[in-house]
Design a protein around this ligand. Structure first.
Ligand code: SF4
Ligand SMILES: [Zn+2]
Ligand SMILES: [Zn+2]
Length: 326
């Protein structure tokens, strides 16, 4: 049995980068201290905030909700609420939402469930079927990512959010970095930084990633230690279409052979974002001519998809097509 490096108790986690072992109590202290430091370093939260946590009900977002809920007890100027996006993925999302509701019996944070069906008229499963019938080139994760980001911003704004917190951890961000390199879409890197959406458009709600400096493994242990995940693991049925999971496997193998690879990639990514910053900031954010939401084109990606799926009447002007998401 490996013992904690700070006391005699059994270790629940060994950090292979600094070679330290942590018991339950010392792991919690280590994890929470690290996330608080990230929040301070990137000035993520001010004295008065209406924090809306984007929650899927999975381990990462439940860990973030729990962490911010706990921290808000010591910060009277903060309110914490949850926004759950229900894409409509059968045999998957209903279980994670059930997990959120179970944990929220204790946390009792105000919440809102916004579904694709309610806002767009179709579940993700129906969009995938419709896309196939129409011979559209997009994979499920392209619809999922675009519509989810759209709804998080729109509904969080409706909820009066001053800031949206998402549970992206170091692994997620590094995977996105590699995907952007592979797709030659480095300009999208700005979205992967610790704080995004700052004053770029009046309808953009600032987004923060408090877990950007902790790994998926650390977040999972924090979630397990606090009873935030259901014993059964549910995987999205569309995961096989997402190249992210292949990159995740590869990065975990590399980290196993050479601990610290993910941290190195994160540092490189943050350095690139900083040097790209002046150019990215200069880019004009437009307002979608159909729905009025912030967009990098005349018509936002969500409205482009809605038109292609027959959920909106097609407009007459020429739309700029983007490459399908990987
Ligand atoms: S795997 Fe794809 S479809 Fe499933 S939740 Fe993730 S992004 Fe959405
Ligand atoms: Zn200890
Ligand atoms: Zn639009």
């Amino acid at each position: 049995m490996v013992k904690c490096s700070f006391c005699d108790k059994p270790a629940v986690y060994i950090n292979r980068v600094n070679n330290l072992a942590y018991c339950r109590q010392h792991f919690t202290e280590y994890f929470e201290k690290k996330v608080k430091k990230t929040i301070r370093k990137y000035r993520m939260l001010g004295k008065r905030e209406n924090i809306v946590v984007a929650v899927s009900g999975g381990k990462d977002s439940m860990a973030l909700l729990y962490f911010l809920w706990k921290l808000s007890k010591k910060n009277p100027g903060w309110s914490v609420s949850a926004l759950i996006i229900d894409e409509g993925i059968k045999n998957y999302r209903e279980y994670t939402i059930r997990n959120f509701l179970r944990v929220n019996e204790i946390l009792k944070v105000p919440y809102r469930i916004a579904s694709f069906k309610e806002y767009f008229g179709m579940t993700l499963d129906e969009m995938v079927e419709e896309g196939k019938k129409k011979g559209l080139p997009y994979l499920p994760c392209a619809y999922c990512g675009v519509f989810r980001r759209y709804l998080i911003n729109k509904v969080a704004r409706e909820m009066g959010a001053t800031v949206v917190a998402t549970a992206h951890n170091m692994d997620d961000v590094v995977q996105t970095f590699i995907m952007n390199l592979a797709k030659d879409t480095l300009e999208k890197l700005a979205r992967s930084g610790p704080v995004t959406g700052v004053a770029r458009h009046e309808k953009f709600v600032r987004r923060i990633k408090p877990f950007i400096e902790v790994t998926e493994k650390e977040t999972t242990i924090y979630a397990i230690l606090n009873g935030l995940i259901e014993p059964e693991y549910y995987k999205c049925p569309y995961a096989e279409y997402n190249i992210r999971f292949k990159i995740r496997k590869l990065l975990n193998e590399l980290e196993e052979v050479q601990p610290g690879v993910k941290q190195g990639l994160l540092n490189s990514m943050l350095g690139i974002i900083e040097s790209l910053n002046s150019r990215i900031k200069a880019e004009e954010i437009k307002t979608c001519e159909i729905c009025g939401e912030p967009s990098s084109h005349r018509v936002c990606r969500a409205c482009q998809f809605r038109m292609e799926l027959g959920l909106l009447p097609r407009v007459s002007f020429e739309l700029r097509r983007e490459k399908p998401a990987l």
